[in-house]
Write a protein that binds this ligand. Structure first.
Ligand code: GDP
Length: 366
């Protein structure tokens, strides 16, 4: 029902069944572009046999081998040709809108936060246009800028907690964060940090998106001057791998600091997308190497010749060295810390990629 184009796949080795005919009838009634794909045509003989499926009179038969890839490219070209033209202006705007995933364990307040965001007076909210009907990602405009709040699979569907729900929550969080530019990792201030929180935060780090640690239900906490500081300290201890993520205390229920959350999202997004000019980066490299030279290993000296940024979202740097294989984790960590010290990169992970470059090539270029 949600599809623009239908591919009906049959097994070339099975021939036509009564059930196949019924399915074709159903598909034909939709009046959508329909492809009859005969799979498992691994050999020329099977490829020829596929044409017996013309009896379906669905139109052309497309013999393919999904296993070997035969015919798949041609089929894909034809399938794409049936797609309706996309609504360009909306699409462009949509691409530019950053995607925010709100994640955390069950009952931490994800749905409440999304509802507060969507209900916030300063936000203009609406469903994301032009996407499939099952998607209920929401689009909000805050201070004139669009954002997409990724739905963590049925966020707003409330239900009883059932066995296995923890695993499912983590899985869904992972799927959302793979699509996200920023993950807002919610922690329940009333309950404290649990193993499940650490698990989800770990997934945020692996997903490579920017991250914010948001302590929710702050309205329930009895506070004095040192409460926030003590929380921050504990979070830094428990989430060492997310040391780059800023911490925010908020209440999804009362709306306290929800607007501040958006300015923090803007901050980490800018860092996540940041690009450092090569000259500046190499001045940084020179200083960092001078401050602490790379250790030698197995009788070999590591020489790092130059650096260049090869990607953003998250910032990714290539380092050209004579012997990348001897780079030790601790030196890598030193370089990442130096990058942060010099450039900031608050809220975003940083990736380093090593490239081998032979010594003599260095000399030639000098
Ligand atoms: P989800 O499972 O993560 O989507 O969590 P919900 O949004 O369903 O929230 C679980 C419960 O916590 C609900 O009873 C909410 O009303 C409550 N809750 C959520 N956020 C807050 C908050 O900031 N303060 C307080 N006091 N309660 C909250």
């Amino acid at each position: 029902e949600q599809a623009d184009t239908l591919l009906f796949m049959v097994d070339v080795r099975d021939g036509l069944t009564a059930a196949d005919h019924e399915i074709v009838e159903l598909l034909r009634r939709t009046q959508k572009p329909l492809f009859l794909v005969a799979n498992k045509c691994d050999t020329a003989r099977e490829h020829n046999e596929a044409y017996s499926f013309a009896a379906f009179s669905v139109g052309d038969v497309w013999p393919i081998s999904a296993l070997k890839g035969h015919g798949v490219g041609d089929l894909l070209d034809e399938v794409v040709a049936t797609f309706p033209p996309s609504e360009a202006p909306l699409g462009e705007e949509e691409d530019a809108a950053p995607r925010i995933a709100i994640v955390g364990r069950q009952n931490v307040g994800k749905s409440t936060l999304v509802n507060t965001i969507l209900g916030e007076k300063r936000m203009i909210a609406g469903p994301v246009p032009g996407t499939t009907r099952d998607s209920i990602d929401s689009r909000v405009i805050h201070d004139g800028r669009p954002y997409v709040i990724i739905d963590t699979a049925g966020l707003r569907r409330r239900g009883k907690i059932e066995p296995g729900v923890e695993k499912l929550t983590a899985l869904r969080a992972g799927v959302s964060m793979e699509r996200a530019d920023v993950a807002v990792v919610l922690i329940d201030a009333a309950e404290g940090v649990t193993a499940q929180d650490a698990h989800i935060a770990g997934i945020a780090q692996e997903a490579g998106c920017a991250a914010i640690l948001a302590v929710n239900k702050w309205d329930l906490v009895e506070k004095d001057n040192s409460t926030a500081g003590a929380w921050a300290k504990a979070l830094r201890r428990d989430f060492k791998f997310l040391a780059y993520a800023p911490i925010l205390f908020l209440s999804a229920l009362t709306g306290q600091r929800v607007v501040r959350l958006f300015s923090l999202i803007d901050t980490v997004l800018a860092e996540y997308r940041r690009e450092i000019p090569t000259a500046e980066l190499n001045r940084w490299l020179e200083r960092s190497l001078a401050r602490r030279s790379p250790p030698s290993r197995r009788g070999q000296m590591l020489r790092i010749k130059y650096a260049t940024q090869i990607g953003s979202r998250p910032p990714t740097f290539a380092l050209f060295a004579n012997a990348p294989e001897i780079v030790h984790f601790s030196y890598e960590r030193y370089l990442v810390n130096q990058l942060r010290e010099t450039f900031g990169f608050e809220g975003t992970p940083i990736k380093l990629r090593w490239r081998k470059k032979a010594e003599d090539r260095f000399k030639e270029e000098q």
